[in-house]
Design a protein around this ligand. Structure first.
Ligand SMILES: O=C(O)CCC(=O)C(=O)O
Ligand SMILES: [Fe+2]
Length: 358
């Protein structure tokens, strides 16, 4: 696994054009996505340029005017609150550890990225695309591909199911649009990622972060520092705050401030590898010192599990072969999951992982 550049340097592919002084870390930009749907070519070029800069610099940006309604955003938060307010034993009856495709409830403190505490102070609920029992992905044991579990103890079980399934469908469409823009940032055709977007295995994760205790250790984390291992993540966060992204040049953490109606988009390790390390999959974490509970909903999109990831055209370094051998989405994610869940890594090691997609 070759490290290509030190974590204290900026991505060599990125040349900062803005007037922000080098030593003041910039927050991920908030980008108006409406140009995607407009027929104003100049506005679309501007959108593509902003997304390219964000992918090169931190691999994080927020989007507004993306076409997903605030009604749906509010509706899914309401269902999430409803589920997490159930008694613990009712939630634990849906434990994903006992589900054949790892869908359902993720226990409080069951993940532990930094391995300094009893575990990350959050609980979750995984929902995939609800597949029919005879879908080949079930037999093939594809990650997160199966029949969902839907809690029957929530106030309106039919509404819970309708809302999470609708949200999953709409976020799948949004992920495809974001990928169209990413294709344009790389000077590829807008529909370049279409084969990758066929028969996908995306999963959403309702997350609930209880407030951390006022006397909690300084190592308490809602979610410890990590990179996402898939293609792209599209995250909805409530107004509480606590999400932070790593700024490699200053080695500091920057708040990803809640922006009403916005989604946070970040690139995962798969996208970094696919782009030959041109685009960044960055470290991020959540610390909830607000004294309030926090809710968020990441949607992890990694395309078709059988799709072969080979260096994207134009991402090769001049005169050099691509850094990484071709690999299927499925094999890449299985390998990364093993890495991420088995080992506790210090920040040094984690931040080098953020820069190395191998
Ligand atoms: O809750 C958040 O804001 C971030 C969640 C996250 O990073 C993840 O689930 O991978
Ligand atoms: Fe993440």
């Amino acid at each position: 696994m070759a490290q290509t550049y030190s974590t204290t340097q900026v991505n060599p592919h990125y040349h900062r054009l803005s007037i922000v002084p080098e030593d003041i870390p910039a927050a991920p930009p908030v980008i108006d996505f409406s140009a995607f749907h407009s027929d104003n070519p100049a506005a679309k070029i501007d959108l593509v340029n902003q997304v390219r800069d964000a992918c090169l610099e931190k691999g994080f940006f927020q989007i507004t005017n993306h076409g997903v309604s605030e009604e749906l955003q509010a509706a899914i938060f309401e269902q999430s609150r409803d589920f997490f307010s159930l008694p613990m034993e009712e939630k634990e009856a849906y434990d994903k550890a006992t589900h054949p495709h790892k869908l359902g409830y993720e226990r409080l403190r069951s993940q532990n990225f930094e391995k300094k505490t009893a575990g990350d102070l959050k609980e979750g609920f995984f929902v995939g695309r609800d597949l029919p029992a005879d879908h080949p992905y079930l037999k093939q044991g594809k990650n997160h591909c199966g029949q969902n579990v839907y809690p029957t103890e929530v106030r309106d079980p039919a509404l819970f199911k309708e809302t999470v399934d609708r949200y999953h469908r709409e976020l799948t469409l949004l992920a495809e649009k974001v990928l169209s823009v990413i294709a344009l940032t790389l000077k590829l055709d807008e529909d370049y990622f279409e084969p990758f977007c066929h028969e996908t295995a995306a999963v959403l994760r309702l997350l609930h972060y209880p407030p951390q205790a006022p006397d909690a250790s300084a190592d308490e984390r809602g979610i410890g520092a990590h990179t996402d291992f898939g293609g792209i993540t599209i995250l909805l966060q409530d107004e509480v705050g606590g999400l932070q992204v790593f700024d490699a040049p200053t080695r500091s953490w920057i708040d990803v401030k809640p922006t009403p109606g916005a989604f946070v988009v970040n690139l995962g390790n798969l996208m970094m590898r696919w782009s030959n390390d041109k685009y960044v999959s960055n470290l991020h974490r959540v610390i909830n010192t607000s004294g309030r509970e926090r809710f968020s909903i990441p949607f992890f999109y990694s395309g078709n599990p059988d799709f072969m990831i080979t260096c994207l055209p134009g991402c090769e370094d001049a005169g050099k072969a691509p850094k990484y051998a071709p690999i299927t989405v499925e094999n890449w994610i299985l390998g990364r999951q093993t890495n991420t869940f088995q080992e506790g890594k210090g920040l040094e090691e984690l931040s080098s992982l953020a820069k190395v997609a191998g």
